[in-house]
Design a protein around this ligand. Structure first.
Ligand code: CAA
Length: 379
């Protein structure tokens, strides 16, 4: 792995930092408080190329590498983890999956809108009874010849109410178990498809999460991604890449909380000196900085593996496992350093602490990451 970022990568990082500071910072508390979806901000992110960073320019994307994506995700997550999860699902799960495995027609139909931010995508795998155990899909896609008949419920779907296009995982042939699963592209507005009101969440409150209900939805055969029965492998592949994005999100939450803590510790005085001069605070800052650097290295390693066309299932899971723990630990310590101020909204770190928790849950819990890592080690 080359530790030196290229000029291009540095430029992407600087652009994401500028955008986050100038366009996201001012309204982030209000969006969190009122669960307000950042529609305008996402539109601008599309215009700046953040919504389809790795997609080829042929389909309207930025043609960038995964390292650049990680750098941008970190900067945006430092300020607003709601915006970054919308970005991550759109980039890693939807755009990447469509570009890698979609037909030419599917790519031409959906990618230009998804990369420009005109439309948003969602990935629908989780169900009331299939979260970690992704093979136990109850949603069915019955093969009716020229179309599938889709029935079932999906839970916890990021971009659930705001998306225009959904990649829906469903079981076609239960006897074949996970090899009978398909992924279908479902457009908003298809008859029989409704979304529930959005969930009232602990964190990432600007992003919308909801359930999807499918009742006899007719999905044309040409909306299937890949061959019949490829759906589970497709889901595992996009999640492996998605974990790199969520690891970078966790890294960003941690570095955002750390930067605020460092500044606060140098300004806030107690016992006659800035609290940064007390060893109790210095130890916390040292731990935070060390953990964040280690998390960043894992994120960049997994991005590098993906860019080098090497296996990244293990390194992506390691990055997500570690960075999400660092996000949680760092945000808790950031609140502690801020004392009473850390417990109120104006100082941002309480939001970061709430946002951090989801990084240990979605795109596979920390326990699932350990399963993925140990399987790779032992195989
Ligand atoms: N790439 C390609 N294929 C893969 C793969 C990968 N990375 N990982 C597994 N597979 C394949 C296996 O090769 C196997 O195929 P064959 O049987 O044909 O050889 C098949 O998938 C089944 O694999 P396993 O036997 O390992 O499957 P399992 O049932 O034991 O489960 C698991 C594995 C890792 C636990 C998996 O179920 C999993 O990842 N669960 C978590 C799901 C998850 O992340 N959910 C999050 C929802 S999406 C989300 O959160 C988005 C958001 O909102 C932000």
């Amino acid at each position: 792995m080359d530790f030196q970022l290229t000029e291009e990568q540095l430029a992407v990082q600087a652009a994401a930092r500028d955008f986050a500071q100038s366009e996201l910072w001012a309204g982030v508390i209000e969006r969190d408080e009122h669960q307000k979806f950042p529609a305008e901000q996402i539109k601008k992110m599309g215009e700046l190329g953040f919504m389809g960073m790795m997609v080829s320019p042929e389909y309207g994307g930025g043609g960038m590498d995964t390292v650049s994506y990680v750098l941008a995700m970190e900067e945006i997550s430092k300020v607003d983890a709601s915006c970054s999860v919308i970005m991550s699902v759109n980039n890693s799960l939807v755009c990447w999956g469509l570009e890698k495995y979609g037909t030419e027609e599917q790519k031409r139909k959906y990618l230009p809108g998804l990369t420009s931010g005109e439309i948003i995508g969602a990935f629908a795998l989780s169900e009331p009874e299939a979260g970690s155990d992704a093979t136990s899909q109850r949603t069915t896609a019955e093969d009716m010849g020229d179309h599938y008949l889709l029935n079932g419920t999906k839970n916890w779907i990021t971009n659930g109410t705001t998306a225009s296009v959904y990649l829906v995982v469903a079981q076609t042939n239960p006897e074949a178990k996970h090899r009978g699963i398909n992924v279908l592209i479902v457009d908003k507005g298809m008859e029989g498809f409704v979304t529930s009101p959005k969930e009232n969440k602990l964190g990432i409150r600007g992003s919308d999460t909801c359930s999807l209900q499918f009742t006899d939805v007719k999905v044309p055969k040409e909306n299937r991604i890949g061959d019949d029965g490829f759906g589970f492998k497709f889901a595992m592949q996009v999640l492996a890449g998605g974990r790199i994005g969520i690891a970078a999100q966790a890294l960003g939450i941690a570095s955002g909380a750390y930067e605020l803590s460092l500044k606060y510790a140098q300004e806030r005085k107690a016992f006659g000196v800035p609290i940064s001069q007390h060893q109790a605070i210095q130890f916390k800052l040292a731990d935070m900085a060390t953990n964040i650097d280690a998390a960043r290295l894992l994120c960049l390693q997994s991005a590098h593996d993906k860019d080098a066309h090497q296996d990244y299932a293990k390194s992506g899971a390691m990055a997500k496992l570690f960075a999400s723990k660092v996000a949680m630990d760092t945000a808790v310590e950031a609140v502690q350093i801020h004392g009473g101020y850390g417990f109120v909204k104006e100082y941002h770190v309480e939001r970061m602490m709430r946002d951090a928790k989801i990084t240990q849950i979605y795109e596979g819990t920390s326990e699932i990451q350990k399963i993925v890592i140990s399987r790779e080690i032992l195989k």
